[in-house]
Design a protein around this ligand. Structure first.
Ligand SMILES: Cc1cc2nc3c(=O)[nH]c(=O)nc-3n(C[C@H](O)[C@H](O)[C@H](O)COP(=O)(O)O)c2cc1C
Length: 361
């Protein structure tokens, strides 16, 4: 393993799952289906030690009947890591939460924000906001069997109803079951007529609703989510709220995470360069292939944003996402990617030099 990366991991304190995290993490990377799997979280953890990472939503039934290990296995390096559950049956959620704690997750989160048709057919996700007492029952059932925090991620409303009282009463009811941490995606979920993707963009963001919730429930931990892409906005939100959860921007522009420990936790910034992060990921790909037979493209796809915004990023990304290379060892693909990138970057700087000496002449 690259020496710096090794030191980095050695420095990392692995939190035991029984110690509730207090105060709540100021920054978190959002649960994102098909994106924030354990490989993605391993990658993100190379960039930030402190940020709380969430799993993708895992259906409680899937954990109980569809292969517990397949759904719950994660790398020790990922802590602190929260397991997000989907479901609406208190018994099943409690069993799944108990397993989650046994597997070492630091938090159990209930999804009350996903608007997909499949989730709606199962009457969970965002449609659970219409049944706050059921959510409270689910939370209570989970809290009765685990000692890690049980938290809820939800929207500010359903469909076009913009009544503040709806979300206030939702929180009030769920809090009676002992939930004190709410992660609020600051837009409504429109259950009819929008795809999940559209539901992340079209319903307007209303941060002021989340601020009002915090003012009304100062004793609760309230984190905000939705459309946050810059340090300026994060800092502004942290003036009002306990935490900020970031989804798409963290995934597409992961190098942003390398500054978070310093900016938001008063710690050291990530000591690794992009190149060292890439090498550490190649080593991870090799370990995963040897131990679990994981093909490297399953891992590499999550790091394609590593050079976001840099000259040559596209050509580098093209190598790592080239399916014709999928049977070659990760190390070879890495060498090819770096060669191509190096040649491009060299070409760029040589071009820039020529242009600047031409200007000087
Ligand atoms: C590909 C993708 C998958 C998502 N899957 C989930 C999920 O499993 N559970 C959940 O609560 N939210 C899910 N979300 C929503 C995000 O957690 C987040 O609430 C949303 O993207 C808004 O935050 P952002 O603007 O920072 O991306 C998903 C978002 C994306 C882009």
């Amino acid at each position: 393993m690259v020496q710096n990366a090794q030191k980095w991991y050695e420095m990392m304190s692995i939190k035991p799952s029984t110690s509730p995290m207090k105060p709540y993490s100021r920054l978190s990377v959002a649960p994102m289906m098909d994106w924030t799997d354990r490989h993605c979280r391993y990658f993100h953890r190379l960039l930030t030690r402190q940020t709380l990472l969430y799993t993708e939503m895992v259906n409680a039934g899937g954990i109980l009947y569809g292969g517990t290990e397949r759904h719950l296995r994660f790398n020790a390096e990922e802590h602190p890591v929260a397991l997000q559950l989907g479901g609406n049956e208190p018994d099943k959620l409690a069993q799944a939460a108990r397993l989650g704690q046994q597997w070492g997750y630091d938090e159990i989160n209930l999804n009350c924000g996903c608007p997909s048709d499949r989730v709606q057919r199962g009457a969970f996700g965002a449609s659970l906001m219409k049944a706050p007492q059921l959510v409270a029952d689910c939370v209570k059932a989970m809290k009765d069997v685990v000692s890690v925090p049980v938290t809820v991620k939800h929207r500010i409303g359903i469909d076009k109803v913009e009544d503040y009282g709806f979300v206030r009463d939702f929180i009030g009811t769920v809090a009676e079951a002992g939930c004190t941490v709410f992660i609020v995606h600051a837009r409504n979920a429109w259950l009819q007529g929008l795809s999940p993707k559209e539901n992340r963009d079209i319903p307007p963001l209303r941060y002021e609703v989340v601020h009002r919730l915090k003012a009304e429930f100062p004793e609760f931990t309230i984190a905000i989510n939705g459309g946050i892409q810059t340090d300026e906005v994060v800092l502004e939100q942290l003036d009002h709220l306990d935490g900020v959860m970031i989804g798409r921007e963290a995934y597409h522009n992961p190098w942003w995470l390398a500054r978070w420990d310093q900016l938001y936790y008063g710690g050291a910034p990530c000591p690794l360069t992009r190149e060292e992060v890439e090498v550490a990921m190649v080593e991870y790909m090799e370990r995963e292939a040897a131990q679990h037979g994981t093909p490297w493209p399953h891992i590499a796809r999550h790091m394609l944003g590593l050079r976001h915004g840099l000259p040559g990023a596209r050509i580098w990304r093209q190598v790592w996402s080239n399916h014709l290379l999928k049977d070659r060892p990760a190390r070879e693909v890495h060498a090819l990617a770096m060669d191509t990138y190096g040649t491009f970057a060299y070409g760029q700087s040589a071009e820039a030099e020529t242009a600047s000496s031409a200007r000087q002449e």
